[in-house]
Design a protein around this ligand. Structure first.
Ligand code: ASP
Ligand code: MG
Length: 593
């Protein structure tokens, strides 16, 4: 018999009335012939209330006791949900994380799932019960209660679906996944389908429909996830390997309002510099978001990166001593910037997406401070007071508010090879371990860098429009900008065969786009590490920098995304780099054969 896991978030179980309506959905699914496991969160804002109670007593409550406390929220809602089902004349049993056998490590407050036993749940289901599982919690080796981190019930739901070989439904207070956060962009539209990768990029961008870790999990075990509204009976959004309309370059846009940017200028361009900087930030437990490094002049490079505004002070504290150690020229920062990103798996197959985005911003007189791109995402940093204009400009230009009547239905897109999720999950130890799917070396690329570009709206648009007109496909783009000088530098990679044409096109633009000079490295090597969990396992970029530094490699360009970290090194160092990375990630890669 097929199993459905239905997860109800805090707002969907905020009152006994809402609990009853959740119960009715589960009963309906059972009557339709499924076995049903419900996963519920704490009622309403209960978890927040518990957090405040703890803080009335002390600033830093012991992590173990915090988990003991927070797990009670879910224990209340599972019991009430079971009662609701029984009151409607059906059989139900509630279970805590420990009773199910959700084993985690002992990282209180952010525990990771190691294994889940299905025996007890399966027996209760076979006896005709609806099983109600407490979200967000587990138990460690020593029987301590642990929690998975705020919002963790999504991860519970998807992981239960993975081990049970079930479909997963996430009931929430919105209709599904939108082209942008509908609370921010009034014209945002619900999409019928979206892919794991797009969700991963969006989840971390603050679109926040689901916990990122749960999507990583779903992707790893190929669990289809249906996000839907708990109050209305609409079709929601199906998250799987396919997207609504792959012919579109862009399927969603997101805004992260409170970003701060830090720029280190005059960093010695030698092995180990990036590693020194980013490991000290990682040690302070700060997650760096956009990272841009470009090779500047005279053996010195500039590195810019962003962190959430709230982490600015500790980040500066962490980088200052390293700056002195490395004898860099200066550290500057800005705390009034926001990040706008567009995402789409269709982007990888077409050109002309980035220049459209840059043009839309230019037309609205919005200046871009920083650009990073990945295969399926383009992010730009803009002044915070222009961020709202920027997200609308981008959403409009890609017509995200409209469906495409000619779109190929998602169902008929070629799906990836099916894995048996249950078998895969049961085989694995450490369900939530980082998994690197691929370490690769690309030796087809060259870099072009334009130094001393005036930092005004429209420059990036003009340059990339021109390059696109020449039918030159641009891969990585990074732009960084120096506060003191009001000039920016723009670097990107193109196919080696296109170097001369690109240089010619750029030199021909000298009158429209004043710049100081353009240079190329006609043969570079791009090293990439791809995988699942790159975001939630923050050490990936660090591990990469560390191993490249040890191997004596000098990094010329860096950019990062949720599913891949890319660095560009000189061609002569590509093979050594590949070897170093394969070694560094050997323990988290599928063994060959
Ligand atoms: N109740 C927990 C929280 O509020 C877990 C969840 O809702 O997913 O973070
Ligand atoms: Mg919640």
């Amino acid at each position: 018999m097929s199993i459905i896991v239905q997860k109800f978030g805090g707002t969907s179980v905020a009152t006994t009335e809402k609990i009853l309506s959740a119960a009715r959905k589960a009963i309906k699914a059972q009557q339709d012939g499924h076995q049903v496991v419900m996963v519920v969160s704490a009622m309403g804002k209960n978890t927040d209330t518990l957090v405040s109670l703890a803080h009335e007593l002390m600033d830093r409550p012991p992590a173990r006791e915090m988990d003991m406390l927070l797990s009670t929220g879910e224990q209340v809602s599972v019991a009430l949900t079971a009662m609701a089902i029984v009151s409607l004349g059906h059989k139900a049993v509630s279970l805590t994380g420990a009773q199910i056998g959700i084993r985690t490590n002992n990282a209180f407050g952010k525990a990771r799932i190691i294994s889940i036993s299905t025996d007890r749940m399966q027996k209760l289901l076979d006896d005709g019960n609806i099983v109600i599982a407490a979200g967000f919690q587990g138990i460690d080796e020593d029987f301590n209660i642990t929690t998975l981190g705020r919002g963790g019930s999504d991860t519970t739901a998807v992981s239960l679906a993975a081990v049970l070989g079930a479909n997963c439904e996430i009931y929430t207070d919105v209709d599904g996944v939108y082209t942008a956060d509908p609370r921010v962009v009034k014209t945002a539209r619900k999409v019928s389908h979206t892919s794991y990768d797009e969700m991963l990029e969006l989840a971390s961008l603050g679109a926040g429909v689901m916990h990122s870790r749960s999507i990583e999990f779903a992707k790893k075990f190929n669990v289809p996830v249906h996000v839907r509204n708990s109050q209305v009976d609409n079709e929601g959004t199906l998250i799987s390997t396919v997207t609504e309309d792959p012919s579109r370059g862009v399927s969603g846009a997101a805004i992260t309002l409170d970003e701060a940017r830090i720029t280190l200028t005059g960093v010695p361009n030698k092995p180990g510099s990036s590693n020194a900087i980013f490991s000290s930030i990682a040690q302070a437990n700060i997650t760096v978001d956009m990272i841009v490094q470009d090779a500047g002049a005279d053996g010195l490079s500039n590195i810019s990166f962003t962190v959430p505004s709230s982490d600015l002070a500790p980040t500066l504290e962490a980088v200052q001593p390293i700056g002195e150690q490395l004898d860099i020229q200066s550290i500057s920062h800005r705390d009034n910037v926001s990040k706008i990103s567009v995402v789409g798996i269709g982007m990888a197959q077409q050109s002309g997406v980035s220049d459209r985005m840059f043009r839309a911003l230019a037309e609205n007189d919005i200046n871009i401070h920083m650009i990073t791109t990945s295969q399926i995402k383009i992010s730009v940093l803009v002044d915070r007071d222009q961020a709202m204009n920027a997200i609308y400009a981008v959403h409009n230009t890609f017509e995200l508010d409209r469906t495409n009547p000619e779109a190929v239905p998602a169902e008929s897109q070629q799906a990836k090879a099916d894995v048996d999720p249950a078998a895969a999950a049961n085989e694995l130890q450490g369900l939530e371990e980082l998994s690197i799917t691929d370490v690769s070396l690309d030796t087809t690329q060259a870099t072009i860098s334009i130094q001393g570009v005036a930092d005004t709206p429209g420059i990036a648009a003009t340059i990339f429009e021109k390059v696109a007109q020449e039918n030159i496909v641009v891969d990585m783009i990074i732009q960084s900008y120096l506060d003191q000088t009001d000039i920016a530098s723009l670097s990107f990679t193109v196919d080696r065969q296109d170097v001369e044409r690109t240089l010619a096109a750029i030199n021909a633009m000298k009158n429209d786009v004043p710049f100081q000079h353009v240079a190329s490295n006609p043969a570079v090597a791009k090293l990439s590490v791809s995988g699942i969990g790159l975001r939630s396992h923050t050490g990936v970029a660090i591990r990469m920098f560390e191993s490249l530094a040890e191997a004596g490699l000098n990094i010329e360009m860096i950019n990062t995304s949720e599913v891949r970290v890319n660095v560009v090194v000189d061609d002569s160092q590509g093979a050594d780099g590949l070897k170093a990375l394969n070694k560094a990630f050997a323990d988290v890669m599928p063994s060959a054969g």
